[in-house]
Design a protein around this ligand. Structure first.
Ligand SMILES: [Zn+2]
Length: 476
């Protein structure tokens, strides 16, 4: 029995998807409706790792620092994937805080946590380097987490494998629920946090097949309900959790929303070039059609993916930033003596509609230059009625922590149909890009989910940094 509060974290659950299928999701809908459909905004950028770090700690990414971007101007290619161990969280999460206040906690499969640590209660860690940990070890035989299900990568490999991929997502969700249920039935503690992973992955891989408004929706197809059905499954999990603990307050949160990865590009560097903030290297005539290794690999990748899908190794390489960086976002294209602003990796690699711009200037002139660039970019229109940028602002007006320098100086949200593109070109906007073929779903910033039963959510708009306080307030 969980006595005081249950928090269910659902990765990538999107507010608009829940609304779309509202009638089929009675449990979740009721929890939303009773709180007047509160909104929850993710962190910027809306990535899983910084978002859960913020949920755990209550502070934004410029304060906890679990964030990293590639700086393409950094010519010695010194980028290393940002690595962290449990020490960045140990003692700092909401469940540690509850332990400090004397409450017992059960934590199931928490995102971002690797080896786990001893808490007042039970923790089951996620698969990491071939291992999962049940802490205390004496409870291993009670839970017996199934590594063969939880440890599968659930990565898109090829169109022909979509059926078995879908099956893996559903199986994983069931196993995550089995562990949650086992905790509810066997633990006697104050608090439970359980993390469900698969709504994120299924959206990444199946978005195009499930969204009838997507430009590349194939028409009626056997996967068209993959996302809907997993949401229904999550709704049933929630219903069952409620039935097991009818008097215990329940909070449901996601870390970001999910939508289509843009299939159109917005050439932000080209915009900066036209406003004279960026200069291509002399001799690299952008209009000249010459053999280019980059173009070749891009084209090759495209036709290869279309025909065969991708072998697993290629997908895992494709998802690792540094490789893309080398191929697609080479800083060698620009004359750095004449360039003061350029697109940050943040968006160029993933073709997301949100991103950032790096600005080079002396510290005392930087803000003014940023503001000037922002004013110019605000005038860029996709068509008569649609500005390219939904919003664009100086990062230091948004976040204020000590790791602010890890961010590009300007951050923005494009129209959601458009992903920021690194390349210069004759057109500012074009249907292009191919990341959406590898992974047709993409995270959204404004549309995370917050819903509750037995907790009053009286604000209409919540930030990720509010979640920890909401949790702790139940114990006051
Ligand atoms: Zn996520």
């Amino acid at each position: 029995m969980i006595n005081k509060l249950i928090v269910i974290g659902i990765d990538g659950m999107d507010f608009d998807v829940v609304k779309k299928y509202e009638d089929l999701l009675p449990t979740l809908s009721k929890m939303l409706k009773e709180n007047n459909y509160p909104r929850l905004r993710s962190v910027f950028p809306a990535d899983t790792t910084p978002a859960w770090s913020t949920i755990y700690t209550g502070v934004d990414p410029t304060v906890h620092g679990i964030i990293n971007f590639v700086n393409v101007k950094d010519r010695d290619n010194s980028y290393k994937p940002f690595e962290f161990d449990d020490s960045v969280f140990k003692g700092k999460t909401f469940f540690d805080e509850l332990n400090n206040r004397g409450y017992s906690t059960t934590v199931i499969l928490p995102m971002n946590i690797k080896q786990g640590w001893e808490i007042n209660g039970t923790m089951i860690t996620r698969p990491y380097k071939g291992e999962m940990h049940v802490i205390p070890k004496s409870k291993e035989s009670l839970y017996k987490p199934d590594f063969s299900i939880l440890g599968t990568e659930c990565k898109f490999t090829s169109e022909s494998q979509l059926n078995s991929l879908k099956e893996d997502f559903f199986k994983k969700s069931d196993e995550e629920f089995r562990l949650t249920k086992c905790a509810i039935e066997n633990e006697n503690c104050d608090f439970l946090f359980s993390y469900f992973s698969t709504t994120d992955g299924i959206c990444h891989d199946f978005w195009r097949h499930c969204d009838e408004n997507h430009p590349e929706y194939p028409g009626e197809n056997e996967h068209m309900f993959a996302i809907r059905d997993l949401y229904i499954k999550m709704d049933r999990h929630l219903k069952e959790i409620m039935e097991l603990c009818p008097d215990t307050p329940l909070l449901v949160i996601s870390d970001h929303g999910h939508g289509a990865r843009p299939v159109y590009v917005a050439r932000v560097n080209e915009m900066l070039h036209r406003f004279s903030y960026l200069e291509p290297k002399a001799g690299s005539d952008k209009k000249k059609k010459k053999f280019s290794v980059k173009g070749f690999i891009k084209k090759f990748a495209l036709s290869f993916v279309a025909r065969f899908g991708l072998p697993k190794w290629a997908v895992s390489i494709a998802r690792k930033v540094p490789v893309w960086k080398g191929i697609f976002a080479s800083g060698n294209d620009f004359d750095w003596d004449k360039t003061v602003a350029y697109l940050s990796d943040l968006s160029a690699l993933k073709n997301y509609s949100y991103g950032g711009i790096r600005v080079i200037a002396d510290d005392d002139k930087k803000d003014a230059l940023c503001d000037e660039i922002i004013e110019k970019l605000k005038t860029v229109m996709i068509d008569e009625h649609t500005p390219a940028f939904q919003w664009i602002k100086r990062t230091n007006t948004h976040y204020h922590g000590e790791y602010l320098n890890r961010y590009p100086e300007i951050i923005f949200q494009l129209d959601e149909m458009y992903g920021a593109d690194w390349n210069l070109g004759d057109e500012l906007f074009e249907k292009k890009g191919f990341m959406h073929k590898l992974s047709p779903g993409a995270h959204r910033y404004e549309t995370a989910v917050i819903a509750a039963k037995g907790i009053e959510l009286d604000k209409s708009q919540y930030e990720m940094t509010d979640i920890r306080d909401i949790i702790l307030s139940v114990f006051e």
